[in-house]
Design a protein around this ligand. Sequence first.
Ligand code: DAH
Length: 359
Amino acid sequence: MTDTIDQLRAELLSAVSGAADVPALEDARVNALGKKGRITALMATLGSLAPEEKKAFGQRVNVLKTEVSEALDARKAVLAGAALDARLATERMDVSMSVRPEAKGSLHPISQTIDEIAAIFGTMGFDLAEGPDVEDDFHNFTALNFPPGHPARDMHDTFFLPTAEDGNRYLLRTHTSPVQIRTMMTQKPPIRVIIPGRTYRCDYDMTHTPMFHQVELLVIDTETNMSHLRGCLQEFVRTYFGVEDLTTRFRPSFFPFTEPSAEMDIGCSRQGGELKIGNYGDWLEILGCGMVHPNVLRACGLDPEVYQGFAAGMGIERIAMLKYGIPDLRTFFESDLRWLRHYGFAALDVPSVTGGLSR
Ligand code: DAH
């Protein structure tokens, strides 16, 4: 009997210490202590023993049971530690490794151009104003003196939203001009703001994208005239393009919200198929502008006998393309990393008129 128990102990303990992983150890446990295990079977023989043998035998089997249980626990701790070490080894990360080169970010040329425009008009005392991309008919058209049914409404290729519960037909603003209205209705003159932002029209080809950017200019005061407008815009294009004596030309035009209205051209050359900004005798259209129409002032609660002012609107992509030699408008919004790396700007080079607009 003694032999049997000692033999069994040796066998079970060697199985436990030899278990190479957690499932193997579980097998060893079941084989020893499970319902049909070896120790359990040994216990079951107790009843067949003579009464004087029972006590001693029972005690020895219990000791064996304890020994095997303890050996199982000890081996389990060793295996669990080893498993954790193995997992940590596979999940190890070298935090000193250099980042991938793609992770370097840069400023999009649109952001850069907006920063440059803000820096230039900032030195002339202009503030920045903003408005919502989703507009209503009143701000985008009616208050800007587009009569109902006016063909200019159709010319804008407007994206309309489904008619809202309040009966309004909301739309994606087709220009930044509605923010003129919002500004005049909330601020007291003198007003001097620039309004950069996204605009939307249902159009897509080499020179049109459904979303693009504009910057609007608005000045309202009591003694504002067309020469102020001309001076501001001329100062802007000279600084922006870095051509000190750049000539500008006003051509008569039409916009419902200005009277008189003009389009401004800047000097350029197209010789050899290459566009150059400067006084070379050729002309390039750059923006629309004019004196704010009395009807627009009235729509905003301003008395046209007291106040007047000027406004201008300009496409940001267009002037960015001209300055940075970007040939295709659509590439602005393709998020091509190679393009962004080529045309992007360092985030810390904040444009300023005195420190330099772009490097
Ligand atoms: N809102 C016009 C457009 O998108 C641009 C424009 C022209 C704005 C003349 C003005 C302006 O403020 O005076 O076509």
